[in-house]
Design a binder for this molecule. Structure first.
Ligand SMILES: NC(=O)c1ccc[n+]([C@@H]2O[C@H](COP(=O)([O-])OP(=O)(O)OC[C@H]3O[C@@H](n4cnc5c(N)ncnc54)[C@H](OP(=O)(O)O)[C@@H]3O)[C@@H](O)[C@H]2O)c1
Length: 263
């Protein structure tokens, strides 16, 4: 793929985040970028200003080595159909769509090789995480080249694992934020102003993220804050007896079920 163009189809929430990550890191040089988007977006305009091509004539797709499909699963076939006659047979399809299998994507793209990734939108800051699966070694190399600079990559053993990976990474920022919001509301119920409680809880989330970035085991990070018999340990014990593990399992289970339904 080295030296070949990269096409991004779709510049919505995730497509824009990917584009921002590439522009920030230089993982894809702007002059090799082709962005296809029905309406202009801040990220597509940023790409254009940096030398990228936005909605160029489709014959320019002939030199593309990779096509990143970042549209909704319901419309990907319609979005891809007009592009296919212009693509080289060896262009790799890089799908970030939830629930659409490698087999279906390959069948809908003229039998081309496919790699699936499930990234978080923190790829915009080059601090995302992404699960990757493919059965094609070249497609895997393309997926790594595009996403390793903007995300921690976790390569899965089985395509079916993408459902659980989606729950544990793609959905999880919202799960964690929902918990932090509940903490802030609990603090407000105990007398803090809601504003103060929200500010404190957001700060705690930022602190948790910063220490998690060190790569130390989560158990060690927890133990560092929670000394035996202390205040944090009392709260953790209450969480355990309140069923925090069951709650996490239920959230993951429901997300997996919905991911399977969409696919
Ligand atoms: N958001 C996430 O955190 C996340 C995480 C993992 C995976 N995903 C996957 O990423 C994909 C996109 O999700 P999203 O949240 O980014 O959705 P989104 O914000 O709705 O973006 C989809 C984009 O597709 C564009 N589009 C529609 N038709 C198109 C066409 N023919 N050619 C090119 N672009 C076209 C739309 O353009 P207009 O705005 O101009 O209509 C829209 O901006 C989905 O398949 C989803 O499963 C998302």
């Amino acid at each position: 793929m080295s030296g070949r163009d990269v096409v991004l189809v779709g510049c919505g929430r995730l497509g824009s985040a990917i584009l921002e990550g590439w522009l920030k890191t230089g993982a894809v040089p702007p002059e090799r970028l082709i962005v296809l988007t029905p309406s202009p977006k801040p990220a597509s305009e940023m790409a254009r200003a940096s030398g990228g091509r936005v909605n160029p004539p489709l014959d320019q797709l002939a030199s593309a080595g990779a096509v990143v499909i970042a549209v909704k699963p319901a419309i990907w076939r319609a979005a891809l159909a007009p592009l296919l006659p212009h693509l080289a047979p060896d262009a790799v399809m890089v799908s970030v769509m939830a629930g659409v299998s490698v087999a279906a994507t390959s069948e809908g793209s003229g039998g081309r090789a496919v790699v699936r990734l499930m990234p978080t939108t923190a790829v915009a800051q080059a601090r995302g995480v992404a699960a990757l699966w493919t059965d094609d070694a070249n497609a895997a190399a393309v997926g790594r080249a595009l996403f390793a600079p903007i995300a921690d990559l976790v390569e899965l053993a089985d395509e079916a694992d993408l459902h659980a990976a989606t729950a544990v990474s793609g959905c999880a920022p919202a799960f964690v934020q929902a918990f932090v919001l509940a903490l802030a509301e609990a603090g407000a119920a105990k007398g803090l102003s809601l504003d103060a409680s929200l500010k404190l809880a957001r700060g705690a989330l930022r602190s948790a993220a910063a220490t998690a970035e060190t790569g130390e085991p989560l158990e060690a990070l927890i133990d560092r804050v929670a000394s035996p018999g202390g205040v944090t340990r009392a709260g953790l014990d209450a969480m355990a007896s309140g069923g925090v593990s069951d709650l996490a399992a239920a959230a993951v289970e429901a997300a997996i079920r919905r991911s399977r339904e969409i696919g």
